[in-house]
Design a protein around this ligand. Structure first.
Ligand code: TMP
Length: 236
């Protein structure tokens, strides 16, 4: 498999074309940003961990019937994925109030929600990913009702699967962000990543934060937290 020209550089990953027109190569960086890029830094080794954790979780989800973009890990930081057009709707799934929801609703962090919360944002860095609802999605033509139905169903299934799986690793899944893409034949599949960058993971016993909030909030030892998540999931 040959790596060809770079298509895109995001805040945490680069995407390259390959010599197969149906496949892209994703390369994970150690760069960390928060607050829409206002805060910048590095989490040493994060790219390797996010690559491995994402691939591990996506393979697990595939085995349970969720279609994903994962194809093959090529190296510590590089993975081959199916070529998709990213649907510019970020999906946040929340089980327990934290972060943006806690702030907006005036709830103490850690408040359990009576049912699962689904939120959508318009994926647009210049605008700071503004929160939207389904009527914005259709009015702006970001996705079709059929696509949103699939996205919603997958997001809730992924939440159930991940929560149960992480419980075994003594990790509570507080909330997380997903991105979906459409393949050339229009099928909706899970894309992007599932990692301590994009999820809130709290130690079930101690409540310790094992995710990017350690960087966002200057709690220290983000590296150690990312390593701990990988170790608990993959034994590495
Ligand atoms: P929030 O509480 O800041 O809205 O974040 C909710 C979840 O989404 C949390 O697990 C972190 C994740 N997230 C991202 O992956 N990317 C982002 O740009 C933001 C704001 C949140």
């Amino acid at each position: 498999m040959e790596k060809r020209e770079q298509l895109y550089e995001g805040k945490a990953k680069k995407v390259f074309k390959t010599d197969d027109e149906n496949l892209y190569l994703v390369q994970y960086k150690d760069d960390a940003t928060a607050f829409n890029g206002l805060k910048k830094g590095t989490i040493q080794g994060k790219g390797v961990i996010n690559n491995k954790v994402t691939n591990f979780l996506m393979q697990m989800l595939e085995a349970k019937g969720i279609p994903t973009h994962y194809v093959q890990q090529l190296s510590d930081r590089e993975t081959l994925v199916k070529k998709v057009e990213i649907i510019p709707v970020e999906v946040v799934v929340r089980n327990i109030a934290a972060g943006g929801l806690a702030k907006r609703m005036g709830l103490p962090e850690g408040t359990p929600m009576a049912s699962t919360v689904l939120e959508y944002s318009y994926k647009n860095d210049q605008l700071g990913d503004p929160m939207i609802n389904e009527t914005h999605v259709y009015a702006m033509g970001l996705a079709t009702p059929e696509e949103m139905k699939a996205i919603q169903s997958y997001a809730l299934q992924i939440n159930d699967i991940l929560r149960e799986y992480l419980k075994e690793a003594d990790i509570d899944l507080i909330d997380f962000k997903l991105e979906f893409g459409r393949t050339s034949d229009g099928t909706v599949i899970l894309a992007d990543e599932i990692s301590p960058d994009t999820c809130r993971f709290w130690d079930s016993t101690t409540g310790e934060k094992l995710d990017k909030d350690r960087f966002r909030r200057d709690l220290g030892n983000a590296e150690g937290a990312y390593q701990e998540v990988m170790k608990r999931l993959m034994g590495e």
